[in-house]
Design a protein around this ligand. Sequence first.
Ligand code: ZN
Length: 358
Amino acid sequence: MAIIENLKKLVEFESPSEDLAACRGVVELAIQIANENLKPEAQLIEENSRPIFWWGSKNPEVILLGHLDTVWPKGSFLPTWSVSGDIAKGPGIFDMKAGFLQAIYAVKEIPDAHLKVAVIATTDEEVGSQSSKALIERLSKSASAVLVLEASLNGKAKTGRKGTSMYQIALHGRASHAGLEPEKGINATTEIAAIVIEVAKLANPELGTTVVPTVMHAGTTTNTVPALATLDIDIRSFSAAELIRVDSAIKKLEATHPEAKLEVTGGINRPPLELAATSELYEILEKVAKKIGMAPIGQASVGGASDGNFAAAAGARVLDGLGAVGDGAHAPHEQILLSSIPSRVKLLTAFIKELIRD
Ligand SMILES: [Zn+2]
């Protein structure tokens, strides 16, 4: 199948988000593949000097949204392509190069799709979409539907996604000799330790709000009272109100020592994708699936955020997880089921047709 040949090319072209040249290269390759299959031609556009793949309408009613960057540094996922039976493995194959290609092959089946539909793939999704966020929000405001080609959950659509916040706390103490006169210092390590405990208490397991202290650095040498400590915190929640609660609590944190200085950077990154934004499209999807003789697709809420979160926050109807069927996003066993590709393309084609009818 041509789609599998093209998938191999896209996956073997490694494209970690941090590598701008590689991201440009993968967009150029995606354009080449699209132009072999679609008319009019796809284009490379730039948003805050980030390359973005764009095919179709400049003012789309239906946006097929994806990304071509991956979390895998070059050479960290080897081999970059392998097939065993029905399973194909490779860096970014599931998240979400297969989903991107399924979108290309779906619009290929729809005459004049370019008049109402756009396929857009960014290259900074895995690092928070700071460069492409404004574009996604702007387009989502006027679109009637944003279909996100991120990986499915065992074939299910994603109708809920947690929102995320990211913070870094810098704790400024004062250095002094740990042996001679530690009392003259302000120990940033013990100060940040107290903060870690406070921060962890902000989680709310009942509501699914997680608050996880992650990376921590403190001190310089073993015989110096540490002058500086830093702490990264990862927060996720299904509810915007919860993210706001945690945000204000983190901004109110104080050091124990009166002369220690606490500095907080970061904030709410992606708002949650809530059912209110997804339920309409999900119902349409199930109707379409039934009409073309497929079993019910199903829906799931998941922890990870995507660009669908931004689209929903901008007011668009969104449905996520319409991409590949497989497993292991961001994991060493990242893989897809090759046999699922034709039915996913068929479903997506019928879904788009329904959305742009009349
Ligand atoms: Zn992704």
